[in-house]
Design a binder for this molecule. Structure first.
Ligand SMILES: Cc1cc2nc3c(=O)[nH]c(=O)nc-3n(C[C@H](O)[C@H](O)[C@H](O)COP(=O)(O)O)c2cc1C
Length: 214
C-alpha cells in the first residue's frame, strides 16, 4: 500500500496500522504543520554542552508553564539530549528565529556525545540562571526548564520529556504588544518546520476575532 511513483492517493482512507513506520512518519510530519522547533540545550554530566533541534515539540500548559519534547533513539540508544536531561534534570528551549536557521540545522548533525554543538555551529554559549543548562547567547527568547516528568509513549522509541519553564529570557530587541506580555511575533521572526529539510518563515499574518456567544 502507498508504494509506487504516483502522486495521488489510491484510497480516501489510510489505516495507519497497514502502512510502514516510515510512511506514518511522512504522513504525520507533513500534516501536523508547521511545527515549532524546540532548540534544546543541555549539559552532559561531564559538563559538555549539547544543542539539538526537536520539532516533536509543543506548548502544553501555562500554570505550571509546561513544554513537551518527544525524543527518539539513535542506534537503539537515547540521544544525547535525553541522556543529559535525565542526568541533570535541566534544559533550555531556545526559540529558533530567522537569523539562526542555518546554525540550528548545523546543530542537528549526529555528533558524538563529546562534541559541543555550540562550537560546531559557532554559537555563543551562556549558562542559565535557574537551571543547570546552557543556552544560545544571542537567541532572542529562551525558556529555562527543569525536568517535570518523563513519559513512555507505549511501544514508541520516543520518550516525551515534559519541562517546566522556571524562567523566560528575552533580549531587548524583542518588542511586546503594548499592555500585555505577548511578544510581538514580527520582532521575534520565528521559524516553523514543515517536513524534511523545509521550513516556513512568518510572512502573512491574519487576525480574526473569536466568536462571542451570549
Ligand atoms: C528541524 C529538526 C527537527 C528535529 N526534530 C526531532 C524530534 O522531534 N525528535 C528527535 O528525536 N529528533 C529530531 N531531530 C533530529 C535531532 O535533532 C538529531 O537526531 C540530533 O542529532 C540529536 O542530537 P543529540 O544526540 O545531541 O540529542 C530533528 C532535526 C531537525 C533538523
Amino acid at each position: 500500500m502507498l508504494e509506487g511513483r504516483n502522486d495521488t492517493w489510491e484510497s480516501p482512507i489510510i489505516r495507519t496500522e497497514q502502512i510502514s513506520g516510515r510512511q506514518r512518519y511522512q504522513l504525520l510530519t507533513s500534516l501536523v504543520v508547521p511545527r515549532p522547533i524546540g532548540w534544546i540545550s543541555s549539559f552532559s554530566k561531564n559538563g559538555i554542552a549539547n544543542l539539538a533541534p526537536f520539532s516533536y515539540f509543543a506548548a502544553l500548559a501555562d500554570t505550571p508553564m509546561l513544554v513537551g519534547v518527544s525524543i527518539g533513539r539513535r542506534d537503539g540508544e537515547p540521544k544525547d539530549t535525553l541522556r543529559n536531561i535525565r542526568d541533570t534534570g535541566a534544559f533550555c528551549v531556545n526559540v529558533v528565529t530567522e537569523p539562526q536557521l542555518v546554525a540550528m540545522n548545523e546543530s542537528s548533525g549526529d555528533y558524538p556525545p563529546d562534541v559541543d554543538e555550540f562550537e560546531v555551529a559557532g554559537l555563543p554559549m551562556e549558562r542559565a540562571s535557574l537551571v543547570a543548562a546552557p543556552y544560545v547567547g544571542d537567541c532572542p527568547a529562551v525558556l529555562e526548564c527543569r525536568l517535570f516528568r518523563e513519559v513512555e509513549l507505549g511501544s514508541a522509541a520516543n520518550r516525551l520529556i515534559l519541562g517546566e519553564a522556571l524562567a523566560v529570557r528575552l533580549r531587548p530587541e524583542l518588542r511586546r504588544v503594548p499592555g500585555t506580555c505577548h511578544v510581538d511575533v514580527e520582532s521575534l521572526k520565528p521559524v516553523g518546520r514543515l517536513f524534511g529539510d523545509s521550513y516556513t518563515l512568518l510572512r502573512d499574518i491574519r487576525s480574526i476575532p473569536r466568536p462571542r456567544i451570549g
